[in-house]
Design a protein around this ligand. Structure first.
Ligand code: NAD
Length: 246
């Protein structure tokens, strides 16, 4: 399905992004991994190259416009085009409201939201030639909140709105733009999780990175080109679960 197709995954060195990289590499795509974590990015590149996959790591700080431009240029030079962009890079920083500085707010918004705007714009300049798919990783925190999560929640709410705005602007070029909103996706050791963690979900389990990666593969599939501007929530039912205290 993705043979000779090129996929950029931002924040692809760890966690959910790493699973997305592995999933597209297994589907025979050329995968470009953009991340600030050079050790993890290079290790992943080495592992996947050794198993015959096409992977290329580009050190990129997604807060910096010039580094995003360089990422896109490297990708075009190496593979000649971009078919899929997955804006996944993000930080989950939760800072108490009255302690949060404007600089901290800006850093969260620049990492999680502004990066997706810049990267989509720069990649779409080339994707326009052939059409393609952009997938933004949002969060169920775009729709519901715990206290002291203003910056993160606003960044993810912004991702949902950016997704449908981009879908409108890029539709003449056959570029579809969708988002995926993960709930609790455990990226560490499964043994850290308790029975209570799992059982509170309708799914009976906490999510894992591959749950999100499979949704990205589905959305990127050109056969699914009737889906645009949409968000898919993947959270084991948690945002639909009604909770009143007894
Ligand atoms: N894990 C969850 O439960 C969950 C839930 C909802 C949404 N999300 C979203 O999914 C995405 C991935 O989250 P994760 O849990 O895998 O996190 P993670 O911390 O495991 O991975 C995030 C990756 O992004 C990279 N990154 C951070 N800042 C960057 C920058 N400025 N430039 C480039 N790369 C940068 C990190 O180095 C890391 O490799 C994020 O957007 C996050 O908000 C995660």
């Amino acid at each position: 399905m993705f043979q000779n197709k090129t996929v950029i995954v931002t924040g692809g060195a760890n966690g959910i992004g790493k699973s997305i990289v592995q999933t597209f590499a297994n589907a025979f795509a050329n995968v470009v991994v953009a991340d600030v974590d050079v050790d993890a990015g290079k290790t992943l590149e080495k592992q996947l190259l050794a198993s015959g996959k096409q992977v290329f790591f580009v050190e990129t700080d997604m807060r910096k416009e010039e580094e995003i431009r360089r990422l896109v240029e490297f990708t075009i030079q190496k593979y000649g085009g971009i078919d899929v962009l997955i804006n996944n890079a993000g930080i989950s920083k939760f800072i108490p409201l009255f302690e949060m500085s404007v600089a901290e707010w800006d850093d969260i918004l620049n990492t999680n939201l502004r990066s997706a705007f810049i990267c989509s714009k720069e990649a779409a300049r080339f994707m326009k030639e052939t059409g393609g798919s952009i997938i933004n990783i949002a969060s169920t925190r775009a729709f519901m909140s715990e206290p002291n999560t203003e910056g993160y929640a606003a960044s993810k709410g912004g991702i949902i709105a950016l997704t449908h705005a981009l879908a409108a602007s890029l539709s003449p070029y056959h570029i579809r733009v969708n988002s995926v909103s993960p709930g609790w996706i455990h990226t560490g050791d499964k043994s850290e999780l308790s029975e209570r963690d799992h059982k509170q979900h309708w799914s009976g389990r906490v999510g894992e990175p591959a749950d999100i990666a499979r949704a990205c593969l589905f959305l990127a599939n050109p056969k699914n080109d009737f889906i645009s501007g949409e968000n898919i929530t993947i959270d084991g039912g948690m945002t639909k679960k009604m909770i009143y205290e007894e």
